[in-house]
Write a protein that binds this ligand. Structure first.
Ligand code: FMN
Length: 204
């Protein structure tokens, strides 16, 4: 069961733009993020919901999409995300180093995305964003630091997992039918026995 949900929880970058998400759903997803583990239990993450289409349209040009798909500039009109969750670090609440908050961020956003996939909502974490977004959202930079943007919506693309080949190439790619393929390293490549010599495989 949990494996099926994890397999289903794929990054989606083309959305049904006209199918909006309401804030009630986003609040439920943020509630799942809230319940994740947190270093020192300091819980320094804060979230901003963006469902307003005009604001979303202003955020969109500041996002970097799918770096490996060099010929693809990102979702076209009609397939852009209808909603965003903006993840912020509250500096006043951050007791440890930022690296700890970033571990919290991974846990929190995975909770959120798992909960979303269970509702047939998908997303894309976007770490590649221009700092201008903080201004657009009128974020108080003295207190909050923008860590991550999550684009969310209903999927308008198919994504499949596959095993990375012996060359260790992990770049995602699209086939002629525009199905998005995501290579994951084989289990045998990622489990390392204590004292084992360095592997030649999967080093990319
Ligand atoms: C911390 C983090 C930052 C990411 N930033 C971006 C990004 O800026 N743009 C993007 O298109 N995808 C981004 N992604 C999505 C990854 O490319 C995606 O997770 C990866 O291709 C594997 O696909 P999967 O999530 O379906 O397993 C990011 C993912 C993570 C975890």
């Amino acid at each position: 069961m949990i494996r099926e949900l994890i397999v289903k929880t794929r990054t989606i970058r083309r959305f049904k733009e006209d199918e909006g998400l309401d804030e009630t759903v986003l609040r439920e997803l943020i509630d799942l993020a809230r319940l994740g583990g947190s270093a020192r239990n300091s819980q320094p993450l804060r979230y901003m919901m963006v469902t307003d289409r005009q604001l979303g349209a202003r955020i969109f040009p500041h996002l970097g999409w799918a770096g490996y798909l060099v010929d693809w500039p990102g979702p076209a009109e009609g397939e852009r995300p209808p909603a965003y969750v903006i993840c912020l670090l509250d500096r006043r609440c951050c007791q440890g180093p930022e690296s700890e908050a970033r571990i919290d961020l991974g846990i929190a956003t995975q909770n959120l995305l798992l909960g979303a996939a269970a509702r047939d909502i998908y997303g894309c974490r976007i770490g590649s964003f221009a700092p201008d977004i903080s201004g657009l959202l009128q974020i108080d930079g003295s207190r909050y630091k923008l860590l991550l943007v999550i684009a969310l919506g209903r999927a308008a693309e198919e994504v499949v997992l596959e095993e990375a080949g012996p060359d260790g190439d992990i770049r995602y790619w699209r086939d002629r039918q525009q199905v998005h393929h995501v290579p994951k390293r084989p289990l045998t490549d990622i489990i390392i026995a204590p004292g084992s010599p360095p592997s030649k495989r999967g080093s990319q």
